[in-house]
Design a protein around this ligand. Structure first.
Ligand code: CTP
Length: 399
């Protein structure tokens, strides 16, 4: 059930580290590829040999291998992983993660990981209940991490209470659930627009924007995971679509995105417009490179077609979902767009917050529907945000 999935397991210095062996066995049994990072203290609790044998991969502890100097790249590990599971997670590691301290490989990898992160705390009851630990856990939750709550029970200290790491079987079950959503959208076709558009000025220059496409691609993946047939019309991005259920239609300009959206929309039951479409394009794109002179240069711009407004006019019984990226008057501006473009709901995200918007791996959204109902969500990874958006769409498609 986890075939082809790359799971990175971070093990910290808790007595529960012995459970990492069982966790790895279960993950491998379900077909996952596992790599393990340990903190230096974790080595005292369970042997490298045990975990390396079970994961069929050398265990990573240091930034580089002291024998041959080979660099263990936290960036490559973070990109390789489909999921980073930190289990067991001590109070110390949780605190460091919450505050961005990066003094070992497990922590630097956490900061550079682009995938969802699950954290399974394990500690003594008083450490767990301490307000500082609780605050740190809240902080991690609100930046999009998934916390696997510890259990009540007998602890290594002899005390009774909450702090036992969740059992490996349950953790693996949660991981399987995370990757395999039920095919609730089977038989439906959904159009998604994503990424920026580039509007040529001359053969080597364009007007564009900082959209990374991450939000739109996460939505397309989530729809595809639930069995929908997705047409993903994407501006230029450095992402890949990950599912056989996604038909990728690459475009460059707003006009091309408009043409493709109009072509595919009639066959779709819904469209989610996550693209950051350029509102204007140069009126005269020239065929030769513009040369530098000492004079100032004026570019005349003309408006691009508004894809969302046009689909809003043409929609029959389809659900239309738009985005609003705002720097000010967030709710008011989003409401105006919702009405003007005939959306069924609009996803508002702030453009001027550190963990939200264009380049970020996380987002903080508010959904406003056409009945003026406003729902605000916590900051989460874009994959988790995509689930919230698709959940809402699913309710409208299957009331
Ligand atoms: N949109 C679109 N085509 C355009 C412009 C926007 O499909 N030419 C869509 C976006 O994908 C998004 C929604 O419309 O779903 C709102 O986009 P936004 O750029 O925030 O709105 P604009 O109407 O362009 O308003 P402004 O840029 O003035 O805030």
């Amino acid at each position: 059930m986890l075939k082809g999935k790359h799971i990175l397991l971070g093990v910290t210095g808790s007595i529960a580290a012995y459970k990492a062996a069982h966790l790895i066995r279960l993950l491998v049994k379900h077909g996952a590829e596992v790599k393990v990072i340990m903190t230096p203290l974790a080595k005292e609790f369970i042997s490298l040999l045990t975990l390396a044998t079970l994961s069929k991969s050398p265990i990573l502890v240091d930034f580089f291998d002291p024998e041959n100097g080979q660099w263990n790249s936290h960036i490559d590990l973070g990109i390789w992983a489909d999921l980073y599971l930190v289990a067991p997670a001590t109070a110390n590691t949780i605190a460091k993660m919450a505050y961005g301290i990066a003094d070992n490989l497990l922590l630097t990898t956490y900061l550079s990981a682009r995938c969802p992160v699950m954290i399974a705390p394990a500690m003594d009851v008083d450490m767990f209940l301490h307000p500082t630990t609780q605050e740190n856990i809240q902080k991690l939750k609100s930046s999009g991490n998934i916390i696997i709550e510890p259990r009540e029970g007998q602890l290594a200290s002899g005390l009774e209470g909450k702090g036992r790491m969740e059992e490996p079987e349950i953790i693996v079950e949660k991981i399987i659930q995370h990757f395999t959503a039920p095919a609730t959208l089977q038989g439906l076709k959904v159009l998604v627009t994503a990424g920026p558009t580039y509007e040529p000025i001359d053969p080597v220059r364009f007007i564009g924007n900082f959209s990374s496409g991450k939000m739109g691609y996460a939505i397309a993946n989530e729809l595809a995971n639930r069995g929908a047939a997705v047409t993903l019309i994407s501006g230029p991005v450095s992402l890949k679509s990950e599912s056989a259920n996604i038909e990728l239609v690459p475009v460059t300009t707003a006009q091309q995105m408009y043409d493709m959206a109009l072509k595919y929309f009639p066959q779709c039951q819904a469209a989610i417009l996550a693209a950051a479409v350029a509102d204007y394009r140069p009126k005269h794109a020239v065929s030769q490179k513009i040369k530098r002179t000492d004079d100032s240069l004026t570019l005349e711009l003309e408006p691009n077609p508004d894809i969302a407004a046009e689909l809003g006019k043409r929609k029959q019984n389809q659900i239309l979902v738009g985005f609003a990226l705002e720097t000010d008057n967030h709710i008011d501006n989003a409401r105006k767009k919702l009405q003007a473009k005939n959306f069924d709901f609009i996803v508002l995200n702030p453009a001027n917050e550190p963990h939200a918007g264009f380049m970020s791996d996380t987002n903080r959204i508010t959904i406003i529907d056409k009945h003026e109902k406003v729902e605000t969500f916590a900051t989460k990874s874009k994959q988790e945000v995509a689930k919230d958006i698709v959940d809402r769409l699913e309710k409208l498609l299957k009331p």
